[in-house]
Design a protein around this ligand. Sequence first.
Ligand SMILES: Cc1ncc(COP(=O)(O)O)c(C=O)c1O
Length: 398
Amino acid sequence: MVGTTRRSRLDRVLRAKLDAREAHALRRQLRTFASSVGPRVMLNGRSVIQLCSNDYLGLASHPALIRAMREAAARYGTGAGSARLVGGTTNAHAELETAIAALKHTDAAITLSTGYHVNTGIIPALVGEGDQIFSDALNHASLIDGCRLSRAQVSVYRHTDADHLDKLLSTSPPAHQRLIVTETVFGMDGDLAPLAALVKIARRHDAWLMVDEAHATGVFGPNGGGLTDHLGLSDEIDVQMGTLSKALGALGGFVAGSDALVEHVINVARTFVYTTALPVPIVAAAHAAIDLVMREPERRERLWCHTDFLRDELTNAGFALGTSRSPIIPVIVGQAETAVKLSGELLARGVFVPAIRPPTVPDGTARLRVTPMATHTKEDLRESVDAFITAGRQTGLI
Ligand SMILES: Cc1ncc(COP(=O)(O)O)c(C=O)c1O
């Protein structure tokens, strides 16, 4: 009885918070697919085009990954059983990490359970009290949380503004250690960090540079190694992180860099030390994905071709797409209510793209984050553009 009363008081408080979210069109809800997470998905009993996945290359349902997973499960079982430093490291983990280092052109790499674990673990492993972090204003929540957990002082520079970063570094009091942190491809805007300028600034101010390649891995670069690979800057960057969960179609995160960096992470990063290792079937799937990404650039080329088509068509239709230079195409609508309405109109026409609202993006910049997959057909995209035009008119956006 006491338990029920306490719970109902908690429920009342939480219900009021949820109602407030609802009133501002900020309530989030789960959508449940009854299918694989491909270019078309089964949602509420019908097949709709999915235009919001980070599975950019469509590898999450590729036969080679599924086979690798099945074989690994038969040989190694499902769970890893313990943390990496206890009994959770297999030859499959070591081989994947060698493959990641080759993909990223670094001496070494190490995997963690998710990209979120990487960012929240690596930053505090590198800097702490008395140190200083310089962080792009639109960095991902996991980077922001990593900065907070580190207890270093954080200076936020204007989004992709290398001059502002330079000024902040020039005028800030000397810190024991300085770390610049940025995404290379920004997850919600699809624009790019000015990487070559950041490398120069880091050198000039004797700061370390950490880049988040979550949305660049598999998508940019001659071998899919990311924007660092595309620009030939791998040697110039101290810490590269990425995920196995987006274009690589699996799950997990990684850090790539020098042998010393990787050994430091293994010894110090709490999100590496104090959690169970990635299961081998996941490791095997990620390894198969890297092989495909490096061997078969045609999947990447198809993704870019789809990206150009969608961007041109939506721009010509009159949508505001920001300054994206990647397969992440933000259709920026402003108010959360409008984004929810546009998303609903699209779904009614067979296209699934959920609304992205604050605090994921700044106030007044609610959007639909459109991402093609290499496995979409041209007909899927044509149908999506037609739906966008009708839904955009219906909502008064175009
Ligand atoms: C820029 C960025 N960094 C890190 C992450 C975290 O990666 P993961 O989904 O593997 O935890 C994400 C994705 O959610 C992301 O968009």
